[in-house]
Design a binder for this molecule. Structure first.
Ligand SMILES: NC(=O)c1ccc[n+]([C@@H]2O[C@H](COP(=O)([O-])OP(=O)(O)OC[C@H]3O[C@@H](n4cnc5c(N)ncnc54)[C@H](O)[C@@H]3O)[C@@H](O)[C@H]2O)c1
Length: 369
């Protein structure tokens, strides 16, 4: 990326206050890779207390209470909009930004319905502006290490994966606004599957090197009188080359991710920062029982800051990709298509769970052949 990009952020809550904006400020400095290639010129937030914090933390930025007014007044100065509001408003803000000729970086989930996702992809193509989702788990150091091992061929082709995400509470928004919005469907569009499902699903695409064709899911809500979104969700995705199982919990005893990736000749196990790589060395011999194997094990610890939910340290690697997409006029690239696929999986999984885990087809392959 070479041109200095001028952006505005809509929603100054947890992810933008602790993640995006600090990363932009670091990146704005000349010493950042010798470039300083971004500038945040304006921020909109509907909450006065959050707007007051913008004045403190980003004194140079112009502040608005309504994103429509921001777009009206600022779009001539801008290259992109960063959408960091709850999901219920992502689609409307992104459409308004495309109408003003701006590129869009949008937090996950891209939208809360598949129709909205389809309409955003179509609008990006028509407006010739980049639509890019914040699929930031791809930028975690330990996830980059998994990618390198799979691409090296050391474990052979991947044939099944499991992704367990444990949280001891639902993720919360800033206290100045609606801290528990993730438990209210009208803001979130759903519970833990809508909130975290995208992260699990785009990782399965990368590890299986394919896209799923069928989904079945089950979910529960342990506080139905209080909240109308699920707090536990489990799903199996059928790929042409194997299965993926994702389990997400907001009622766990710990906070961590545990991933396993099983290949033809070995396996990767990740427990937060700890990565174990097992490579089969012997599949038969005098001292192993029939069907047993021997393997060598490599253990590494790759600091990935999992406990920092803002994932600020992953953001600029993601922003590099967004900038590259802008430079290449990649309006609806792989990342945007994968965001659509994630929304299709989440919405179809909800339909499956509502029908007693009935297995249901995923049709996005026919769109992005
Ligand atoms: N990628 C990740 O790892 C990650 C982590 C956390 C949150 N997120 C995503 O970021 C988004 C925001 O989540 P959060 O945790 O920061 O929530 P939050 O509640 O902390 O912040 C939301 C902010 O948006 C403001 N807001 C609400 N509606 C608005 C509107 N229409 N216009 C302008 N401002 C508006 C609120 O006042 C609040 O300040 C969600 O989509 C969430 O899924 C992503």
């Amino acid at each position: 990326m070479s041109k200095r990009l001028r952006g505005a952020v809509v929603g100054y809550g947890f992810i933008s206050g602790k993640g995006h904006v600090p990363a932009y400020l670091e990146r704005a400095q000349e010493k950042y890779k010798g470039k300083g290639d971004v500038e945040i010129v304006a921020i909109a937030d509907i909450c006065e207390a959050r707007r007051n914090l913008v004045h403190e933390n980003l004194p140079g930025a112009r502040v608005y209470s309504d994103y429509k007014v921001l777009l009206e007044k600022e779009s001539g100065n801008l290259d992109f909009i960063d959408i960091s509001t709850p999901p219920c408003d992502h689609a409307a803000i992104a459409h308004a930004a495309f109408d003003k000729g701006l590129h869009v970086l949008c937090e996950k989930p891209l939208t809360t319905t598949l129709d909205e996702a389809a309409s955003l992809l179509e609008h990006a193509k028509r407006a010739k502006r980049v639509l890019f989702p914040c699929h930031n788990y791809k930028h975690a150091p330990v996830v980059k290490a998994i990618r390198e091992i799979i691409d090296s061929g050391r474990i052979g082709r991947v044939r099944s994966v499991t992704l367990n995400t444990y949280r001891n509470t639902h993720a919360k928004g800033v206290t100045e606004w609606k801290t528990h919005w993730r438990r209210e469907k009208k803001y979130s569009g759903g519970g833990i599957a809508m909130d975290h499902g995208s992260h699990s699903f785009y990782l399965t695409f990368e590890w299986m090197k394919a896209y799923p064709v069928l989904v079945t899911a089950k979910m529960s809500n342990l506080e139905p009188g209080k909240y109308d979104t699920e707090d536990n969700f489990t799903t199996v995705l059928t790929f042409p080359n194997g299965l993926a199982h994702a389990h997400l919990s907001w009622t766990a005893g710990i906070r961590k991710v545990i991933y396993t990736i099983q290949g033809e000749r070995g396996a990767i196990t990740v427990d937060d920062d700890d990565l174990q790589l097992a490579i089969i060395t012997e599949t038969s011999g005098p001292d192993v029982a029939q069907g047993a194997v021997k393997w060598d094990v490599e253990k590494r610890s790759i600091a990935s800051n999992w406990m920092d939910a803002s994932h600020v340290s992953w953001f600029n690697s993601l922003f590099d990709q967004f900038g590259d997409a802008i430079q290449r006029d990649e309006f609806v690239g792989k990342e945007a298509q994968e965001a659509y696929r994630c929304i299709e999986i989440i919405s179809t999984a909800y339909a499956s769970a509502a029908e007693g885990c009935r297995e249901m087809p995923l049709k996005a392959n026919t769109l992005f052949a």
